[in-house]
Design a protein around this ligand. Structure first.
Ligand code: PLP
Length: 371
Protein backbone atom coordinates (compact mmCIF):
# COMPACT_ATOMS: atom_id res chain seq x y z
CA UNK A 1 0.00 0.00 0.00
CA UNK A 2 1.15 3.51 -0.78
CA UNK A 3 0.84 4.69 2.84
CA UNK A 4 2.93 1.79 4.17
CA UNK A 5 5.52 2.26 1.45
CA UNK A 6 5.85 5.96 2.22
CA UNK A 7 6.30 5.33 5.94
CA UNK A 8 8.91 2.62 5.26
CA UNK A 9 10.82 4.94 2.94
CA UNK A 10 10.86 7.69 5.55
CA UNK A 11 12.20 5.30 8.19
CA UNK A 12 14.87 4.02 5.85
CA UNK A 13 16.15 7.57 5.22
CA UNK A 14 15.98 8.69 8.86
CA UNK A 15 13.21 11.11 7.92
CA UNK A 16 10.40 9.45 9.88
CA UNK A 17 8.77 11.77 12.43
CA UNK A 18 7.02 10.92 15.64
CA UNK A 19 5.30 12.89 18.36
CA UNK A 20 6.77 13.54 21.78
CA UNK A 21 4.17 13.63 24.57
CA UNK A 22 4.65 16.21 27.29
CA UNK A 23 2.86 15.74 30.58
CA UNK A 24 3.54 19.08 32.14
CA UNK A 25 5.44 22.28 31.43
CA UNK A 26 6.76 24.89 33.85
CA UNK A 27 8.59 27.74 32.19
CA UNK A 28 11.40 26.16 30.16
CA UNK A 29 11.14 22.77 31.93
CA UNK A 30 9.00 19.95 30.64
CA UNK A 31 8.16 16.50 31.97
CA UNK A 32 8.07 13.32 29.88
CA UNK A 33 7.41 9.94 31.55
CA UNK A 34 7.93 11.65 34.89
CA UNK A 35 11.43 12.88 33.95
CA UNK A 36 12.31 16.56 33.81
CA UNK A 37 14.00 18.06 30.75
CA UNK A 38 15.28 21.52 29.90
CA UNK A 39 13.52 22.62 26.75
CA UNK A 40 15.88 24.21 24.24
CA UNK A 41 13.52 23.83 21.29
CA UNK A 42 10.44 25.89 22.07
CA UNK A 43 9.49 29.13 20.31
CA UNK A 44 8.12 30.45 23.60
CA UNK A 45 11.09 32.83 23.53
CA UNK A 46 9.93 35.06 26.37
CA UNK A 47 8.85 32.10 28.54
CA UNK A 48 5.32 33.46 28.85
CA UNK A 49 3.29 30.39 27.89
CA UNK A 50 3.82 28.34 31.07
CA UNK A 51 4.30 31.00 33.71
CA UNK A 52 2.30 30.37 36.90
CA UNK A 53 2.69 34.00 37.95
CA UNK A 54 0.46 35.03 35.06
CA UNK A 55 -2.31 32.56 35.94
CA UNK A 56 -4.40 35.05 37.93
CA UNK A 57 -4.46 37.44 34.97
CA UNK A 58 -5.44 34.65 32.62
CA UNK A 59 -8.18 33.36 34.92
CA UNK A 60 -9.87 36.75 34.77
CA UNK A 61 -9.92 36.47 30.99
CA UNK A 62 -11.69 33.13 31.13
CA UNK A 63 -14.24 34.38 33.61
CA UNK A 64 -14.97 37.43 31.50
CA UNK A 65 -14.93 35.87 28.02
CA UNK A 66 -15.87 32.19 28.20
CA UNK A 67 -14.24 29.44 26.17
CA UNK A 68 -15.06 30.10 22.52
CA UNK A 69 -16.06 32.75 20.00
CA UNK A 70 -18.96 30.84 18.45
CA UNK A 71 -18.65 32.25 14.94
CA UNK A 72 -16.46 33.91 12.35
CA UNK A 73 -15.54 37.55 12.95
CA UNK A 74 -17.92 38.73 10.21
CA UNK A 75 -20.85 36.85 11.73
CA UNK A 76 -21.08 37.22 15.53
CA UNK A 77 -17.52 36.32 16.50
CA UNK A 78 -16.15 39.88 16.68
CA UNK A 79 -15.79 41.08 20.27
CA UNK A 80 -14.51 44.34 21.74
CA UNK A 81 -11.47 42.50 23.08
CA UNK A 82 -10.44 41.45 19.53
CA UNK A 83 -10.48 45.08 18.45
CA UNK A 84 -8.64 46.19 21.57
CA UNK A 85 -5.91 43.65 20.86
CA UNK A 86 -5.71 44.72 17.21
CA UNK A 87 -5.14 48.33 18.29
CA UNK A 88 -2.33 47.24 20.59
CA UNK A 89 -0.69 45.10 17.89
CA UNK A 90 -0.85 47.95 15.38
CA UNK A 91 0.80 50.21 17.91
CA UNK A 92 3.51 47.64 18.55
CA UNK A 93 4.27 47.38 14.81
CA UNK A 94 3.84 51.15 14.32
CA UNK A 95 1.20 50.63 11.65
CA UNK A 96 -2.22 52.19 11.22
CA UNK A 97 -4.09 48.92 11.71
CA UNK A 98 -3.83 45.21 12.44
CA UNK A 99 -6.14 42.30 11.73
CA UNK A 100 -6.20 39.06 13.72
CA UNK A 101 -6.06 35.67 12.04
CA UNK A 102 -6.41 32.30 13.76
CA UNK A 103 -2.76 31.41 13.22
CA UNK A 104 0.28 32.39 11.19
CA UNK A 105 -0.22 29.66 8.64
CA UNK A 106 -3.73 30.93 7.90
CA UNK A 107 -2.57 34.55 7.86
CA UNK A 108 0.11 33.84 5.26
CA UNK A 109 -2.30 31.86 3.08
CA UNK A 110 -4.87 34.64 3.37
CA UNK A 111 -2.57 37.58 2.63
CA UNK A 112 -0.86 36.03 -0.37
CA UNK A 113 -3.93 34.48 -1.98
CA UNK A 114 -6.05 37.62 -1.65
CA UNK A 115 -3.45 40.15 -2.73
CA UNK A 116 -1.93 38.23 -5.64
CA UNK A 117 -3.40 36.12 -8.41
CA UNK A 118 -3.14 35.08 -12.01
CA UNK A 119 -1.00 37.56 -13.95
CA UNK A 120 0.87 38.69 -10.81
CA UNK A 121 4.35 37.81 -9.59
CA UNK A 122 5.86 36.84 -6.23
CA UNK A 123 9.59 37.05 -5.54
CA UNK A 124 10.30 34.68 -2.67
CA UNK A 125 13.44 33.86 -0.61
CA UNK A 126 14.42 30.21 -1.06
CA UNK A 127 14.38 29.57 2.70
CA UNK A 128 10.96 31.06 3.41
CA UNK A 129 8.63 29.28 5.83
CA UNK A 130 6.34 26.54 4.46
CA UNK A 131 3.24 28.68 5.07
CA UNK A 132 4.61 31.40 2.78
CA UNK A 133 5.46 28.79 0.15
CA UNK A 134 1.92 27.38 0.33
CA UNK A 135 0.48 30.90 0.21
CA UNK A 136 2.46 31.54 -2.99
CA UNK A 137 1.09 28.33 -4.51
CA UNK A 138 -2.47 29.08 -3.49
CA UNK A 139 -2.30 32.56 -5.01
CA UNK A 140 -1.71 31.21 -8.55
CA UNK A 141 0.77 34.04 -9.13
CA UNK A 142 4.03 33.25 -10.94
CA UNK A 143 6.68 32.57 -8.29
CA UNK A 144 10.35 33.55 -8.70
CA UNK A 145 12.67 32.13 -6.04
CA UNK A 146 15.77 34.13 -5.18
CA UNK A 147 18.84 32.78 -3.42
CA UNK A 148 18.78 33.13 0.33
CA UNK A 149 19.15 36.81 1.34
CA UNK A 150 20.75 37.52 -2.03
CA UNK A 151 19.60 41.02 -3.06
CA UNK A 152 21.69 40.96 -6.25
CA UNK A 153 19.96 37.80 -7.42
CA UNK A 154 16.60 39.31 -6.48
CA UNK A 155 17.32 42.47 -8.42
CA UNK A 156 18.32 40.44 -11.47
CA UNK A 157 14.99 38.59 -11.33
CA UNK A 158 13.07 41.84 -10.85
CA UNK A 159 14.90 43.54 -13.72
CA UNK A 160 14.18 40.70 -16.13
CA UNK A 161 10.63 39.83 -15.10
CA UNK A 162 8.81 42.52 -13.13
CA UNK A 163 7.42 44.45 -16.11
CA UNK A 164 5.55 41.45 -17.48
CA UNK A 165 3.26 41.24 -14.44
CA UNK A 166 0.59 43.43 -12.88
CA UNK A 167 0.85 43.35 -9.08
CA UNK A 168 4.04 41.99 -7.54
CA UNK A 169 5.38 41.26 -4.07
CA UNK A 170 8.70 40.46 -2.45
CA UNK A 171 8.08 37.91 0.30
CA UNK A 172 10.45 37.01 3.11
CA UNK A 173 10.81 35.80 6.69
CA UNK A 174 12.47 38.60 8.70
CA UNK A 175 14.17 36.16 11.05
CA UNK A 176 14.52 32.82 9.27
CA UNK A 177 12.94 30.05 11.29
CA UNK A 178 15.60 27.37 10.87
CA UNK A 179 18.79 29.49 10.62
CA UNK A 180 18.00 32.44 12.86
CA UNK A 181 19.58 34.88 10.41
CA UNK A 182 17.97 38.17 9.45
CA UNK A 183 16.75 39.27 6.00
CA UNK A 184 18.27 42.53 4.66
CA UNK A 185 14.96 44.36 4.97
CA UNK A 186 16.40 47.82 4.22
CA UNK A 187 17.71 46.62 0.86
CA UNK A 188 14.56 44.61 0.13
CA UNK A 189 12.42 47.70 0.77
CA UNK A 190 14.59 49.73 -1.62
CA UNK A 191 14.01 47.12 -4.34
CA UNK A 192 10.29 47.03 -3.54
CA UNK A 193 10.19 50.79 -4.11
CA UNK A 194 12.35 50.74 -7.25
CA UNK A 195 10.30 47.99 -8.86
CA UNK A 196 6.93 48.91 -7.39
CA UNK A 197 6.17 45.76 -5.45
CA UNK A 198 4.71 45.02 -2.04
CA UNK A 199 7.10 43.86 0.68
CA UNK A 200 5.50 41.09 2.74
CA UNK A 201 7.46 40.26 5.88
CA UNK A 202 6.88 37.30 8.19
CA UNK A 203 7.84 38.46 11.68
CA UNK A 204 7.06 35.17 13.49
CA UNK A 205 10.55 34.87 15.00
CA UNK A 206 11.30 38.59 15.22
CA UNK A 207 8.40 39.85 17.31
CA UNK A 208 9.56 40.11 20.94
CA UNK A 209 13.07 38.97 19.99
CA UNK A 210 14.87 41.59 17.87
CA UNK A 211 12.44 44.28 18.97
CA UNK A 212 8.71 44.71 18.68
CA UNK A 213 9.06 44.65 14.92
CA UNK A 214 11.80 43.76 12.47
CA UNK A 215 11.11 47.13 10.79
CA UNK A 216 12.06 48.83 14.04
CA UNK A 217 15.31 46.89 13.98
CA UNK A 218 16.09 48.45 10.56
CA UNK A 219 14.50 51.82 11.38
CA UNK A 220 11.98 51.35 8.58
CA UNK A 221 8.67 53.21 8.66
CA UNK A 222 5.81 50.94 7.60
CA UNK A 223 3.64 52.13 4.69
CA UNK A 224 0.94 50.67 2.48
CA UNK A 225 3.71 48.94 0.53
CA UNK A 226 4.78 46.98 3.59
CA UNK A 227 2.71 44.19 5.09
CA UNK A 228 3.85 42.56 8.32
CA UNK A 229 2.60 39.20 9.54
CA UNK A 230 3.24 38.51 13.22
CA UNK A 231 2.34 35.48 15.31
CA UNK A 232 1.11 35.29 18.90
CA UNK A 233 1.95 31.63 19.57
CA UNK A 234 5.70 32.14 19.74
CA UNK A 235 7.30 34.90 21.86
CA UNK A 236 3.91 36.31 22.90
CA UNK A 237 2.99 32.98 24.50
CA UNK A 238 -0.66 32.59 23.46
CA UNK A 239 -2.09 31.66 20.05
CA UNK A 240 -3.08 33.33 16.81
CA UNK A 241 -1.54 35.78 14.38
CA UNK A 242 -2.11 39.16 12.79
CA UNK A 243 -1.43 41.23 9.74
CA UNK A 244 -0.26 44.82 10.30
CA UNK A 245 -0.48 47.48 7.59
CA UNK A 246 -2.74 50.41 6.72
CA UNK A 247 -6.46 50.64 7.50
CA UNK A 248 -7.20 50.32 3.81
CA UNK A 249 -5.25 47.05 3.60
CA UNK A 250 -7.10 45.80 6.68
CA UNK A 251 -10.40 46.61 4.97
CA UNK A 252 -9.19 44.70 1.92
CA UNK A 253 -8.23 41.58 3.91
CA UNK A 254 -11.52 41.64 5.85
CA UNK A 255 -13.32 41.50 2.52
CA UNK A 256 -11.04 39.24 0.50
CA UNK A 257 -8.85 36.97 2.67
CA UNK A 258 -10.70 33.66 2.68
CA UNK A 259 -8.74 32.34 5.69
CA UNK A 260 -10.08 35.32 7.64
CA UNK A 261 -13.66 35.15 6.36
CA UNK A 262 -14.43 31.44 6.47
CA UNK A 263 -13.10 30.44 9.86
CA UNK A 264 -14.15 30.77 13.48
CA UNK A 265 -12.71 33.79 15.28
CA UNK A 266 -9.97 33.38 17.87
CA UNK A 267 -11.69 32.77 21.22
CA UNK A 268 -12.00 36.15 22.95
CA UNK A 269 -10.31 34.88 26.12
CA UNK A 270 -7.19 34.22 24.03
CA UNK A 271 -7.27 37.81 22.80
CA UNK A 272 -7.65 38.93 26.42
CA UNK A 273 -4.72 36.74 27.58
CA UNK A 274 -2.62 38.10 24.73
CA UNK A 275 -3.24 41.66 25.93
CA UNK A 276 -2.09 40.61 29.41
CA UNK A 277 1.04 38.95 28.02
CA UNK A 278 1.93 42.00 25.92
CA UNK A 279 2.34 43.94 29.18
CA UNK A 280 5.15 41.55 30.14
CA UNK A 281 7.30 41.52 27.05
CA UNK A 282 9.52 44.56 27.58
CA UNK A 283 11.35 43.33 30.68
CA UNK A 284 11.67 39.81 29.32
CA UNK A 285 13.18 40.95 26.04
CA UNK A 286 16.20 42.23 27.96
CA UNK A 287 16.62 38.91 29.74
CA UNK A 288 16.32 37.04 26.43
CA UNK A 289 19.01 39.28 24.92
CA UNK A 290 21.39 38.42 27.79
CA UNK A 291 20.75 34.72 27.24
CA UNK A 292 21.33 35.02 23.49
CA UNK A 293 24.70 36.66 24.14
CA UNK A 294 25.69 34.03 26.71
CA UNK A 295 24.80 31.08 24.48
CA UNK A 296 26.65 32.71 21.56
CA UNK A 297 29.74 33.17 23.71
CA UNK A 298 29.73 29.67 25.19
CA UNK A 299 28.96 27.69 22.03
CA UNK A 300 30.67 29.87 19.45
CA UNK A 301 27.52 29.71 17.28
CA UNK A 302 26.88 33.24 16.06
CA UNK A 303 23.30 34.42 16.29
CA UNK A 304 21.54 37.72 16.91
CA UNK A 305 18.26 35.94 17.46
CA UNK A 306 16.94 33.18 19.73
CA UNK A 307 17.64 30.53 17.07
CA UNK A 308 21.03 28.76 17.07
CA UNK A 309 21.44 26.23 14.26
CA UNK A 310 24.08 23.55 14.83
CA UNK A 311 24.45 22.14 11.33
CA UNK A 312 25.38 18.46 11.32
CA UNK A 313 24.58 17.52 7.72
CA UNK A 314 23.59 13.88 7.90
CA UNK A 315 20.06 13.11 9.12
CA UNK A 316 21.03 9.90 10.95
CA UNK A 317 23.88 11.54 12.84
CA UNK A 318 21.65 14.50 13.75
CA UNK A 319 19.02 12.14 15.17
CA UNK A 320 21.68 10.34 17.21
CA UNK A 321 22.94 13.60 18.69
CA UNK A 322 19.42 14.66 19.53
CA UNK A 323 18.84 11.35 21.36
CA UNK A 324 22.12 11.67 23.28
CA UNK A 325 21.14 15.17 24.37
CA UNK A 326 17.77 13.83 25.49
CA UNK A 327 19.59 11.28 27.70
CA UNK A 328 21.43 14.21 29.26
CA UNK A 329 18.15 16.03 29.96
CA UNK A 330 17.93 18.47 27.05
CA UNK A 331 15.21 18.60 24.42
CA UNK A 332 16.70 19.68 21.10
CA UNK A 333 15.06 18.13 18.07
CA UNK A 334 16.80 17.04 14.89
CA UNK A 335 15.53 19.21 12.04
CA UNK A 336 15.77 17.28 8.78
CA UNK A 337 14.70 17.65 5.16
CA UNK A 338 12.20 18.66 3.89
CA UNK A 339 12.02 21.24 6.71
CA UNK A 340 15.60 22.27 5.78
CA UNK A 341 17.48 21.73 2.49
CA UNK A 342 19.04 18.34 1.72
CA UNK A 343 22.40 17.84 3.49
CA UNK A 344 21.80 20.52 6.13
CA UNK A 345 20.15 18.46 8.86
CA UNK A 346 20.76 20.19 12.14
CA UNK A 347 20.06 20.60 15.80
CA UNK A 348 17.94 23.71 16.14
CA UNK A 349 18.69 25.15 19.54
CA UNK A 350 16.47 27.95 20.79
CA UNK A 351 17.13 29.97 23.89
CA UNK A 352 14.45 31.65 25.99
CA UNK A 353 14.19 34.34 28.64
CA UNK A 354 13.41 31.69 31.26
CA UNK A 355 16.68 29.75 30.91
CA UNK A 356 19.05 30.23 33.83
CA UNK A 357 22.78 30.81 33.37
CA UNK A 358 23.24 27.28 34.72
CA UNK A 359 20.87 25.78 32.09
CA UNK A 360 22.86 27.47 29.33
CA UNK A 361 26.25 26.47 30.75
CA UNK A 362 25.10 22.87 31.20
CA UNK A 363 23.92 22.71 27.61
CA UNK A 364 27.14 24.17 26.30
CA UNK A 365 29.15 21.59 28.31
CA UNK A 366 26.97 18.75 27.00
CA UNK A 367 27.46 19.90 23.40
CA UNK A 368 31.24 20.06 23.89
CA UNK A 369 31.34 16.49 25.20
CA UNK A 370 29.23 15.17 22.33
CA UNK A 371 30.68 17.00 19.36
C1 PLP B 1 5.47 29.32 13.08
C2 PLP B 1 5.56 30.10 11.83
C3 PLP B 1 4.43 30.40 11.08
C4 PLP B 1 3.09 29.82 11.41
O1 PLP B 1 2.54 30.44 12.52
P1 PLP B 1 1.46 29.63 13.38
O2 PLP B 1 0.79 30.68 14.18
O3 PLP B 1 2.22 28.65 14.19
O4 PLP B 1 0.55 28.97 12.40
C5 PLP B 1 4.56 31.20 9.98
N1 PLP B 1 5.77 31.67 9.60
C6 PLP B 1 6.89 31.38 10.28
C7 PLP B 1 8.19 31.92 9.83
C8 PLP B 1 6.82 30.57 11.41
O5 PLP B 1 7.93 30.24 12.05
Amino acid sequence: MEVDRTLEELKKHNLYRKLKTIERAEGVYVYINGKRFVNFSSNDYLSLAFDKRLAENHKKCLERWGSGSGAARLVTGNFTVHEELEKKLAKMKKTEAALLFTCGYMANLGILSSLLGNGDAIFSDELNHASLIDGCRLSKAKVFIYKHRDVDHLEELLKTNRSEFKTAAIVTDSVFSMDGDIAPLDKLLKLAEDYNTYLIVDDAHATGVIGNSSFDFFDIKPTERTIIMGTLGKAIGTFGAFVASTSRMKEFFVNRARTFIFTTAIPPHIACMTIKNLQEIKSRMNKLQENIELLSKLTGIKSQTAIFPLIVGDSGRTLQLSEKLLEKGFIIPAIRPPTVPEGTARLRITVAAGHTVKDIKNLSDALKTLI
